[in-house]
Structures are given as structure tokens and as C-alpha cells.
Design a protein around this ligand. Sequence first.
Ligand SMILES: C[S@@+](CC[C@H](N)C(=O)[O-])C[C@H]1O[C@@H](n2cnc3c(N)ncnc32)[C@H](O)[C@@H]1O
Length: 260
Amino acid sequence: MTLHFDAAAARRVETSYLTPDVIEQRRQVIAALHLQPGESVLDIGSGPGLLAVDLAVEVGPHGSVAGTDISDSMLALAAARSIPAGAAPLTFQLAGAKALPFPDDSFDVAVSTQVLEYVADIPGALAEMRRVLCPGGRALVLDTDWDSVVWHSSDVSLMQRVLTVWDEHLVDPHLPRTLLGSLKGAGFDVEPPWIIPLFNVGYAEATYSGGLIPTVAAFVTGRGGLTADVVDTWTADLRDLGPAYFFSLNRYVFLARKPG
Ligand SMILES: C[S@@+](CC[C@H](N)C(=O)[O-])C[C@H]1O[C@@H](n2cnc3c(N)ncnc32)[C@H](O)[C@@H]1O
């Protein structure tokens, strides 16, 4: 079973997404979209709503931002976000990526970051994304390939065991390598993709990977023979590495356009 975003898991994601690493990821996503005042934006799998708020600031009071998600806990976090003055009106609603509750040609822009890797039917989700975009509308999809992780540990075989079980938190932990073809197959024109690296050297809790450790620990405990004691050993080792701590991971970004 993939990662279930209950209240505790949603809070953990929110914490790691408030770190400077993920703030910078959102800044780069926003920059790539070249949003114009007044545009309408859909955020599919909006999670804690942090990107949706940034999008709303960017398109301003004459624009609009709609967020959808399948997790009530995530929707509650998103609904509680404070909205800066001058931002677009924001709505959040319960909906899956394969059944978006909007008419055809509704949005100028659709984004989905760190979501499609949780979705089983990629052609179905991309067809739905394309359907709700206006002709000429832009889509931005960002996902992780977990083969890109470099995570130093004093116990290499334990790290490998943890990462092997962690791969189960997604439907496809290697989605980016097939996304270009899937987007083209769904009828999008796609720009050459690029990466956003997340890179932490020296242990600090307020980093992306510092915040990720409790999420991984909670997911892997009790799976694949990983007991709570073994997982505690894994987390303590990472924190004790101090200045020798080393983590890097790639986000893969795809910017596509619906012909029209
Ligand atoms: C890792 S979070 C990313 C949240 C947000 N997109 C961001 O980047 O800040 C993944 C989110 O995808 C949502 N999700 C998973 N499967 C989904 C689906 N089939 N349709 C819509 N949302 C989904 C989860 O509930 C969760 O909120």
C-alpha cells in the first residue's frame, strides 16, 4: 500500500515542504510557468496548499486558483493557510487526478507536483489534465525518481533495506523516466525536461531530508522486517553523522502545452 496521507503524515509533509529547500523548488516551479495576472490555475494534488498560495499570489486578484486532493487531512491544512492580500481567490476540493470536477477547457495552467508518482493510471490522469486545460494551456508536472537518491549512512546495507521498502510508498518510484513519452502520448507538446536537485550536506532538521527522515521512518516501520528498533538505529545514525551527513535527490520537471 502506498503512503496514506492521514493527519500525522500530512503534517510531516507540510513541515518538510516549509524548509528552504522546498521553498526554492516552488520558486523555480513558479518561475518556469511565467504566470500572467488574471490567469486561472489548477493544482492537482495540492497537498498542504503551499504551492497553491504561491500561485494565487502570482496571478493576483483577477486570477483564480483551484486545488484538488484525495486526502481530507491535506485539504484541511490547505484550507487553513492564510492568503496574502492581493492574491487570487483560492478553492480546495476533494477530487482524484482521474476525475477532475471541472468542465473542458477551464484553466490556463495546470500543475501537479509530487503527485502522479502516486497515481496508477498515468494516461488517464494526463488525459484529464489535458481535458480541463484551455487550448494553448500549460501543464507542469514534477516528480522524483528515487534511483537518483544519494544518502550517506554508516550502515550501507541498512540504508539499502530502508530505501527498498520506501520505494513501496509510491505506485511508481521511477515515474520521471517515462513521463516524457506519457505526456506526448496524451497529446501534449513537451519542452525538454530539467531537474531541480535537493541537496543537503551536514545534518539539519530544517532541511528537506531532515524533515523526510520521520516520514520514511513512519512508513517503513513494520514492513520488510524493519522493526521499530532497527528504524530507530537508521534515524539515529543519520542525525549522528553531523557534518558528514550527505543527501541528494532529483526532482524532474516537465513543462508541456496543450496544442491549440
Ligand atoms: C507529496 S504530496 C505533494 C503535495 C503538493 N502537490 C506539493 O507539491 O506541495 C502528494 C499529494 O498527492 C495527493 N494525491 C495522491 N494521489 C492522488 C490522486 N490520485 N489524485 C489527487 N491527489 C492525489 C496526496 O493526497 C498528497 O496530498
